[in-house]
Design a binder for this molecule. Structure first.
Ligand SMILES: C[S@@+](CC[C@H](N)C(=O)[O-])C[C@H]1O[C@@H](n2cnc3c(N)ncnc32)[C@H](O)[C@@H]1O
Length: 236
């Protein structure tokens, strides 16, 4: 991770404190809005922002069965993980956690793990959103062997870590059999910095038993156009 991304993440925590933490307590959408505000003041954060989030939200809300289990590759400051938790609460109500809704998000960097856990707790989502430290592939295997992520159990995987891991980690999901027909795989930045092997794989429908239909969704961001790839499992 670049020094700027790391420094700005640290500055973000101070910014949230300055704004008055009580504004954000148990208010995840206010918190994600503040994180976006901070990022729009010239302090770049590598977060999944509106309007991309809107596209992902619509895809999640249009699933025929209400989503309950989301896995996320790449937590950083926890912005998207908080958004997924809030979307699950919007869909299932404030007792989403008791209904079994979970977001498992994977992060390599221990400083980001501490920061994101802190923000998840402030948002009041720590019963839904769980941040796991270490390589995403190891965390996913661990969750699988613990029975927290089960075969056919994942409704959406959000892929937003380093692009070289996109395809191997998708293939790990396939190997563990965590997808069901209709599962969504949403991948950010497939155009830039770019994940060409991943894109070729999902656009060609996959190679193994899991088959995909896949489409790029272009959004206009402050840094120019950017593509989110949304793939749907059509056969498993
Ligand atoms: C683009 S940021 C994630 C942004 C976050 N999804 C959001 O929108 O708020 C990518 C993050 O992935 C983490 N990362 C990169 N490779 C990883 C891996 N193999 N396992 C776990 N985390 C990884 C990086 O440390 C970084 O914090």
């Amino acid at each position: 991770m670049s020094q700027t991304s790391c420094n700005n993440a640290g500055l973000l925590r101070a910014y949230i404190k300055e704004q008055g933490e009580e504004t954000f307590r148990n208010n995840p959408w206010a918190l994600t809005a503040a994180i976006e505000d901070f990022a729009s003041t010239g302090k770049h954060l590598m977060i999944f922002k509106e309007p991309k989030l809107k596209v992902a939200r619509e895809a999640l809300e249009s699933l025929p069965t209400k989503p309950k289990l989301i896995i996320e590759f790449g937590t950083y400051v926890g912005n998207s993980a908080i958004a997924w938790g809030a979307i699950l609460q919007d869909i299932h109500g404030s007792n989403a956690a008791e209904k079994g809704c979970r977001v498992y998000t994977f992060e390599l960097d221990p400083t980001m793990v501490r920061l994101s856990k802190d923000l998840v707790q402030l948002a009041g989502l720590d019963d839904i959103v769980h941040v796991l430290e270490g390589p995403a592939s190891e965390s996913l295997r661990k969750l699988y062997y613990e029975g927290k992520v089960t075969a056919s159990g994942v409704d959406m995987a959000f892929i937003d870590h380093w692009e070289k891991y996109y395809l191997p980690d998708l293939q790990l999901c396939e190997e563990l059999g965590v997808f069901h027909k209709g599962s969504l795989i949403i991948a950010d930045n497939t155009d830039f910095p770019g994940a060409p092997e991943y894109l070729e794989y999902v656009r060609s429908g996959g190679l193994g038993a899991v088959r995909y239909e896949s489409e790029g969704h272009k959004s206009e961001t402050k840094r120019g156009p950017s593509v989110v790839e949304i793939s749907t499992v059509v056969e498993v």
